[in-house]
Design a protein around this ligand. Sequence first.
Ligand SMILES: [Mn+2]
Length: 339
Amino acid sequence: MSETYVEGNFLGLPESAGPVDLVVLPLPYELTTSYGQGTADGPAACIAASAQVEVFDASLNEDLPASHSIHTAPAWEGNGPTLASQLDELGSYLSPWCTGNVFPLALGGEHGILPPFMWAMRHHPALDGDLGNLTVVQIDAHADLRAELDGEAFSHACAAARSLDMGVGRLLQVGVRAYAKEEAEWIRTDERITTFFAKDTQHPTTGGATWEQWIDLLSGLSGPIHLTIDIDGLDASLVPATGTPVPGGLSFWQAIQTIEAVFDAPEAVVISADVNEIATNNHSPLTEFTAAMLATKTVASHLKARKEGRWKAMTDAQGPVRSGAQCTYFSTMMNKTEQ
Ligand SMILES: [Mn+2]
């Protein structure tokens, strides 16, 4: 815990008045979650749990925030009457932070936050106006490649599919172990998608070799990356409160190694990240604490990338008061679909 702990701020870090280097964006969004409840409380619980996380990071060899300014933004407070209006509100909320002068780290909220995040990132200077230049690295128990779930194309179960629809160039998945036939078919046939299934990476005898291939793949990446961590990608024993906990998932250290490998990839630059499906229950604080540990590792890995010259601001520095683009993409598209 830092010496001057500020309640409501990630890691309890005090705010500084100057330009923001990294922003933590709490997105208590929950509209389509399967049967778990409580992802709306997840971001705040994760921030509260971050009080218990050590600020020293061994890879960075410094205490966070390591002479940088980390801003915890006021939580998104969407109250639109429809799914489409809430997705638009998420896009508008995220937009001011996707300008290339700050690293955005969102805390969800259900995985349905991913398409609005992609909308907000589409004009990020590193992407050159084309989401096709972006690789999404996804830790998840689910492929999130369904055409729809319960009639809803923007369900959390479709987050990766909709992101590809929006033009994301490449999708790398790990931890996947609960998926439908249509998703297996899409993974098999779409060249944009590479999936490392949990049955292979966690295999009792051959898992180690498969895992090495995953880390090698990440280390060899080039270009801009978005890292999306659905905490249900980890084994259910580590995240029992998440919306859909699934046994047979990644170990904690596999998740940490994945984060470190993408941020350390010499030719790649991670430009944004999210940790999602954080939820709470009354039995144990383990789920939100695990999420806080992964978010902290993401922060430390970004600062390490900065320190080593793999991330540079692409636009002029700015403080916490900003304006961005108004998102109407989701309402417009859903209206078209209904007609
Ligand atoms: Mn997911």
